[in-house]
Design a protein around this ligand. Structure first.
Ligand SMILES: [Fe+2]
Length: 374
């Protein structure tokens, strides 16, 4: 076999360097704003942001462990009374309004008619793929802060091309029918679906004030839940859950790509890798906390997680999902009768610190057929 010259060897290195490039990570660096990576952030209201030339306001990226190939998150702040630059891109977004109030213009084709909708703190709205839009801060005295989940990393993995993503004329005709009125279609509020409804709308005015959640018995703890679907989005959707004072939900695992944001309450969650039950990570949360559910490897070692309410009011959280393409959205869970006793012990000791009594029925630990009230 011919001996490789130095020049040939360098070309080969260049080739494989190129094959292995992480175009999305390079793009994040080019954006010139902070890039934070982790599985837990205490308060998205306090995440430090810096001027963001592409958007026109200030921003920071938040990468949650385990979702690097599918979705990402960013925080964007609009200074008081300011307008951000118009945007159009092939990835889709789901936006949660952390603070402030404002409005967004949108259009499906350049030069075509524009729509507008107004948002406020706790609104949730969709930005469909390749729709044009422009955000305004409607308050001259306070900044507005948006938290957004996107499918941008997946697009970089597939196309590796910024022009395709940010300068693409393709119009998704079916999006022209979508609106931001706040009207919703409601599905599946029945026993066959565990009473959990699906609320289908591109715009939800206030998730904190949303009062249409229904029983979700399967996950335990006497909780209520709702699935939010946005007709303008393909890969992203969301859900919201609330569970009562003195209660906790069942431990479970499913694919990552979820950003869990606390809306009300005080408590903690435990996160652990399968096979590492003795090395649980404890994540304390209050309104504004963010955390993800990780993935140990691409063979599907999804982290378990379990949520505990130790505060004096119901705990409510919103979860923004990018649905995994390569992993089925399969859930496994640990029933109360099977869980390690230390989980209950920790909960009771944490409750004692808050001066709140456990409201977990003792039968749920002994009766595998225990029925939570609806
Ligand atoms: Fe979960």
């Amino acid at each position: 076999m011919k001996k490789e010259t130095l020049e040939e060897s360098l070309k080969e290195k260049e080739f494989f360097d190129d094959v292995n490039r992480d175009y999305y990570a390079e793009f994040q660096q080019e954006e010139g704003i902070p890039v934070y990576t982790g599985y837990h952030f205490n308060d998205i209201k306090a995440v430090r942001v810096k001027p963001w030339a592409r958007m026109g306001g200030l921003g920071a990226y938040i990468n949650l462990y385990g979702e690097e190939l599918s979705g990402d998150n960013y925080v964007c702040e609009i200074p008081p009374g300011q307008i951000l630059k118009p945007q159009r891109h092939m990835f889709e977004e789901l936006v949660y309004v952390v603070s402030g109030r404002g409005a967004t213009n949108f259009w499906t084709r350049q030069g075509g008619p524009k729509g507008i909708f107004e948002w406020q703190e706790q609104s949730l709205f969709a930005i469909p793929a390749n729709i044009g839009y422009q955000h305004f801060n409607g308050d001259d005295t306070r900044p507005a802060r948006l938290f957004s989940k996107t499918t941008l990393p997946a697009l970089f993995q597939y196309f590796k091309n910024k022009e395709f993503i940010f300068d693409n004329d393709y119009v998704f005709e079916d999006l022209e029918r979508d609106s931001y009125s706040g009207d919703a279609k409601i599905y599946k509020a029945d026993a066959a679906h565990d009473h959990k409804i699906s609320w289908v709308a591109n715009f939800i005015p206030d998730v904190k004030a949303f009062d249409q959640m229904t029983s979700y018995v399967w996950r335990g703890g006497g909780g209520r839940s709702v699935d939010f679907y946005q007709p303008g989005l393909v890969r992203i959707h969301s859900h919201m859950s609330e569970f009562p004072v003195g209660r906790y939900k069942k431990g479970h695992a499913h694919p990552p790509g979820r950003s869990i944001i606390l809306i009300t309450g005080k408590g903690y969650s435990l996160l652990w890798q399968p096979g590492h039950e003795k090395e649980k990570k404890k994540v304390d949360w209050v309104p504004g906390s963010l955390f993800g559910v990780g993935l140990t490897n691409l063979q599907g070692e999804c982290w378990y997680h379990q949520h505990f309410n130790t505060g004096a009011e119901p705990a409510r959280y919103l979860v923004l999902h990018v649905n995994a393409i390569t992993l089925r959205d399969k859930h496994v869970q640990v029933e109360y009768v099977d869980e390690e006793p230390e989980i209950r012990e920790l909960f009771e000791s944490e409750l004692a610190k808050s001066g709140v009594k456990s409201n977990m029925p003792s039968e749920c630990y002994t009766d595998p057929n225990f029925k939570w009230k609806k």
